[in-house]
Design a protein around this ligand. Structure first.
Ligand SMILES: NC(=O)C1=CN([C@@H]2O[C@H](COP(=O)(O)OP(=O)(O)OC[C@H]3O[C@@H](n4cnc5c(N)ncnc54)[C@H](OP(=O)(O)O)[C@@H]3O)[C@@H](O)[C@H]2O)C=CC1
Ligand SMILES: CC(=O)C(=O)O
Ligand SMILES: [Mg+2]
Length: 545
């Protein structure tokens, strides 16, 4: 554990109060208080309040206790917070100069240049480094939560600070209110967003074009992360902006990278040659397609032809196996990996596709909990010595299967990861540990690397570099335990490793703008990253940023 973080033990049995500095003492008090709160949502509101009142204490607490705090400030409890947003976290008054949360709506379009330009003087830090922007149209696997999506923007930024060492004052969470199609919110007089139906795709993209331009003009070095946009907007936003600005889509690219890193480990552990892997995706939305295309590209980088790489993938959506001969018009994001054989079978259910393909890996990004049934898990165990099963939908109730179900259904042979955390499982006298395949392992490192390299854009190679950095970050001890991902308590160290890999990839591609870092060795870049990070237990004047 890095020395600057708080002890993760409660005060009882830990250092005595006289041994603790003033911040450490506040952290221990907050931790003790947190543990006394019986209800998850109340724990969330306590931590959110602490973040607002005393960021150093909040980040000291979270950074020293990731395993305990992440499930509260992030998935799964953040989902509950987003669902209850109007009650727990109304927007700050217009006059609030600190802007812990920026809400915009379509009616702001004519004034966006002044509104965003004016942020430079209103925000507490004139060098804003990162913003997470959502329209709340697909929050985790919970659907359209309107401006409740603000919880996700704030949650991701909290991890940028705790795991990636970004200065909290340099982060800006944004929720854009384009209306909502959530009937419960539309009927709720207490809903804090506009009770109107979602605007057309054209209007949203029109707004976003001006928004992205104004953000970049105001904060030219800022990295912008698009988060939890529904698939029909997520892909156009990525394609329109990725060559213009330092931005990325976390659900498409961050998830692509984290799952690729876990898959590289799993392909090694299942002992099947890459050319013999057969990967079945249950869910062909922004994240399913984002992950499938990232792994496909990796296969090409490993020497396969494009056609050979594509032949290793099968996608299933709500209509069944995605194939060009299916008879419906496929949306553009599904076309690249749709099965192209003229006689591709018309299979409707996941079970039929599993039996037909006999995959080595089954990955769920469907939003539908419990869909990897006992029968499907047993089938995976029949086809494979070490079946790969990733139940990646969030939060917990949306996971395609639990870790326990996966262990039991495969008689303990599964290589498993989930999007939200599960506890280890005891089965037939043996202890099994799950992996957490969540983009939280990627975006803090990718983001701080992109910020410190001052990239002009984030090409796909940087996303692949972040996956490689993550795959290489396991300790020999974690590797020996057959883990797919490193211990979450080490996430700062992992993010540093990813940041170095990303900076070097940016330099190789010539998209870096930080001349100070050019020609530096890996060790020198790593020292620069460490120095550039925010440390909650240092005093303000000791911080490099
Ligand atoms: N672990 C992680 O780090 C991440 C996890 N996720 C999770 O991935 C999930 C999906 O996100 P996203 O891709 O944006 O969502 P989308 O809604 O865009 O995609 C969902 C996909 O699942 C399909 N689907 C839905 N219901 C069924 C069903 N009953 N049977 C078969 N297929 C079905 C949809 O089919 P159709 O296309 O026909 O509508 C669609 O292809 C979410 O739960 C999210 O939390 C996302 C990002 C990161
Ligand atoms: C983790 C994440 O980004 C999602 O579930 O949408
Ligand atoms: Mg997301």
């Amino acid at each position: 554990m890095p020395a600057h973080f708080a002890p993760s033990q409660p005060l009882q049995g830990g250092p005595s109060p006289s041994q603790l500095g003033p911040k450490e003492l506040l952290i221990e008090r907050a931790l003790t208080r947190l543990r006394s709160i019986p209800n998850d949502l109340e724990k969330y509101t306590f931590l959110a309040g602490l973040r607002g009142r005393n960021p150093d204490v909040f980040y000291g607490l979270v950074g020293g206790n990731m395993k305990e705090c992440c499930p509260i400030i992030y998935t799964p409890v953040i989902g509950l917070a987003c669902q209850n947003w109007s009650l727990i976290h109304p927007p700050p008054p217009e006059s609030d100069p600190t802007i812990d949360a920026l809400y915009l709506s379509y009616s702001d379009l004519p004034n966006l240049p002044q509104l965003i330009g004016g942020l430079k003087t209103r925000l507490p830090h004139d060098q804003m480094q990162i913003s997470v922007v959502t329209d709340g149209s697909r929050v985790l696997g919970l659907g359209d939560l309107g401006v409740g999506g603000m919880g996700i923007s704030q949650g991701k930024l909290s991890l940028y600070v705790a795991a990636g060492g970004v200065n909290p004052k340099a982060t800006l969470p944004i929720a854009i209110d384009f209306g909502t199609d959530n009937e419960t919110l539309l009927a709720d007089p207490l809903y804090v967003g506009q009770r109107i139906r979602r605007l057309s795709q054209e209007k949203c993209l029109e707004f976003m074009e001006v928004f992205m331009r104004c953000m970049h003009e105001t904060f030219p070095n800022m990295v912008i992360q698009h988060e939890d946009w529904q698939t029909p907007l997520a892909f156009p936003l990525l394609h329109k902006n990725r060559d213009l600005y330092p931005c990325f889509n976390d659900d498409i690219q961050g998830t692509g990278a984290v799952v690729l890193a876990g898959a590289i480990r799993a392909f090694h552990l299942n002992g099947v040659a890459l050319k013999d892997q057969k990967i079945l995706f249950f869910g062909a939305g922004s994240s399913g397609v984002g992950v499938a295309e990232t792994i496909c590209k990796y296969f090409e980088l490993q020497g396969m032809s494009e056609d050979e790489a594509k032949s290793k993938f099968w996608l299933v959506d709500s209509k069944g196996l995605v194939a060009h001969n299916r008879g419906d018009t496929l949306p553009s994001h599904k076309k690249y990996l749709a099965r192209s054989e003229p006689d591709a079978p018309k299979l409707r259910t996941l079970k039929e596709v599993v039996e037909h393909v006999q995959p080595t890996a089954l990955l769920g990004l469907s939003t539908v909990g419990g869909t990897f049934t006992k029968e499907i898990l047993e089938a995976m165990a029949t086809y494979n010595k070490r079946p790969i099963v990733f139940a990646l939908s969030n939060p917990v109730a949306q996971a395609e299967c639990t870790f326990e179900e996966a262990v039991e259904g495969t008689d303990g042979r599964v290589l498993y990861a989930s999007g939200s955390p599960f506890d280890p499982v005891e089965y037939k006298g043996k202890r099994y540990e799950p992996g957490q395949g969540n983009n939280m392992y990627i975006f803090p490192g990718l983001g701080i690397g992109a910020i410190l390299a001052r990239v002009s854009k984030i090409p796909e190679e940087l996303v692949h570099a972040s996956a490689q950095g993550l795959a290489d970050s396991l300790t020999p001890e974690e590797t020996a335990r057959h883990l797919l991902y490193p211990d979450i308590e080490r996430i700062r160290e992992v993010s540093i490793k990813i940041a170095v890999t990303v900076i070097q990839a940016a330099q190789k591609l010539g998209v870096d703008r930080n001349e100070e870092l050019r020609g530096k060795s890996s060790a020198e870049i790593e020292a620069y990253v460490r120095k550039g990070m925010y440390h909650p237990l240092l005093e303000a004047e000791q911080q490099a940023q």
